[in-house]
Design a protein around this ligand. Structure first.
Ligand code: ZN
Length: 372
């Protein structure tokens, strides 16, 4: 059994994007108002299942604190931070574009999310927890240093990584972003930074549609430290396991990180409305175990999961609980009601065109700089 830290604050679920339907603004083009697809009920239901299953009491409760502007400023430009503060203070918020509306009070909520990522990283470094899951909102992995994007305001995982460099003196932090969308913000934050290996496994050209390609390897001193694994739509657990066995784990072994951070979206789950992949809860267990084994071998088990996307209010809680059960080694006995159906879906096994994409990404492992 491991002591697993869990970051949560009810205020994360108060980050609400109103007057939308899906991803479209309500009103124009005769769009009747409905819920925004990035609905706070998803993370709240995830947290509630962790509670109702009895697992919450067995986790190390980690209350978040707001990140300071100096901590946010290690990743983001002053202009971006100032714009978010200005829009956040408006009675109706604002929308700077790039699919990232900024509701009233968003600055404080985004700072709390970034601080939650820092608290999770600190707990794993101090030994207060063996590993940690920060269930937070707004998400971060699309936010670029100079702008918000894709429902993300501040790049929480990147801010936690910079904190590990500055406050803990780490020299090698690895990211394994398993959200179905490309981790473009984390990639941008560290593109020329040799202290971070950024790996993103995502559906090819889903979002952003012009980023996340296999040939993007980093630049300057960071050349070789960015590894994209764009997978064709329709991948099941077979393809995901092969991507970890043939790309992700060998890349981690080459880089030898001191901590592994997982920007953790559950939108690669079967039936997620925003992705076209088919991972089920047993698949997430398998991928988690692979990452735990790598972390045990390479960095004392130090794994920090940071919540990103995931849009199905029905499946995400069970996918998240599966990951937390693996991280903690505690079985709650809760059965995933979707598992049998999602496991039986055609195409769960590895297919040749998926293997070809994985093989192409594996060619780039040789560019990863080895530790001194
Ligand atoms: Zn996503």
């Amino acid at each position: 059994m491991a002591r697993t830290g869990f970051v949560w604050d009810e205020k994360f679920a108060w980050f609400e994007l109103s007057n939308y339907a899906g991803t479209a603004p309500a009103g124009p083009d005769l769009m009747q108002p409905d819920r925004h697809v990035y609905d706070p009920e998803v993370v709240r239901r995830f947290r509630n299942l962790v509670d109702a299953s009895g697992l919450l009491r067995q986790l190390v409760n980690l209350p978040p604190r707001p990140a300071t502007e100096a901590e946010i400023g290690r990743v983001h430009t002053a202009a971006h931070i100032d714009l978010i503060k200005t829009l956040s203070a408006q009675p109706t918020g604002g929308d700077p574009g790039d699919n990232a509306p900024v509701p009233r009070g968003a600055f404080q909520m985004a700072a709390l999310a970034a601080g939650g990522a820092i608290v999770a990283a600190d707990a794993v470094m101090s030994g207060d927890a063996d590993n940690a899951y920060a269930l937070l909102r707004p998400a971060g992995h699309h936010a670029r240093p100079d702008r918000s994007m894709g429902f993300c305001i501040f790049s929480n995982a990147a801010i936690a990584g910079r904190h590990l460099f500055e406050a803990h003196g780490l020299k090698r932090v690895a990211y394994v972003d398993w959200d179905v969308h490309h981790g473009n913000g984390t990639q941008a934050a560290f593109y020329d930074e040799p202290r971070a290996l950024t790996i993103s496994i995502h559906q090819d050209r889903l979002y952003p549609v012009d980023d996340g390609f296999v040939g993007q390897l980093g630049e300057g001193k960071g050349l070789g430290t960015n590894l994209n694994v764009p997978l064709p739509a329709g991948c099941g657990v077979g393809a995901y396991e092969a991507a970890y066995d043939e790309v992700v784990i060998p890349a981690l072994q080459a880089y030898r990180p001191e901590v592994i951070i997982v920007p953790s979206g559950f939108d690669a789950g079967a039936m997620d409305p925003m992705g076209r992949m088919m991972v089920h809860s047993d698949g997430y267990r398998s991928l988690t175990r692979k990452l735990m084994k790598a972390a045990d071998d390479l960095c004392g088990g130090r794994l920090v999961f940071i919540q990103e996307g995931g849009y199905s209010p029905w499946t995400v809680p069970f996918l998240g609980l599966a990951v937390l059960e693996e991280l903690s080694g505690i079985r709650t006995g809760v059965k995933d009601p979707h598992l049998a159906y999602h496991r039986a879906l055609a195409g769960q096994e590895l297919l040749q065109h998926q293997q070809d994409a994985i093989t192409a990404a594996a060619q780039n492992i040789k560019y990863i700089p080895r530790p001194d």
